[in-house]
Design a protein around this ligand. Structure first.
Ligand code: ZN
Length: 146
């Protein structure tokens, strides 16, 4: 009987792992770095709940970080326009179709979360970056939707 139960659990575990909402997390630092150069969304996720943390101590005005998702070939242009958007907009242009997802801007010791759909993102060449002025050269990575 115990073997049978175990077999059933093994059978259903993959189903449980494919929950419709999936969690991702990434840290950022006073050294102007993200903790990961690549984030992968497993297949089966309809939405992603992403948490950005800032494990440093510097305030938002000096070392602010956010997490912005963009198609890779639009990253450079969006990074320039994000600086122009200014601190009042958390360095993210409003009503801009290139912004696929974006968190709030946070400072040391803070964290923020967003939830977004990945249904339309599968198979696209995507990148994430921090849009704080001067950060995107170091603070960027690949975002893969399996
Ligand atoms: Zn940053």
């Amino acid at each position: 009987m115990r073997v049978l139960m175990l077999a059933l659990v093994m059978l259903f575990l993959p189903v449980l792992a494919q929950a419709s909402s999936c969690e991702l997390s990434i840290d950022s630092t006073d050294q102007m770095r993200f903790s990961a150069a690549e984030l992968t969304v497993p297949s089966g996720c309809e939405t992603v709940n992403l948490t950005l943390t800032h494990s440093g101590n510097l305030p938002k005005a000096a070392m602010g970080h956010n997490w912005v998702l963009v198609e890779t070939d639009q990253l450079s242009a969006l990074a320039v326009d994000s600086i122009a958007a200014g601190p009042a907009n958390n360095y993210v242009p409003s009503d801009d179709d290139r912004v696929l997802a974006a968190t709030d801007l946070i400072g040391g010791g803070e964290s923020t979360s967003i939830e977004f759909s990945v249904a339309e993102l599968k198979g696209k060449d995507l990148s994430f970056f921090c849009s704080f002025p001067g950060h995107s050269a170091l603070m960027k990575g690949k975002f893969i939707v399996e």
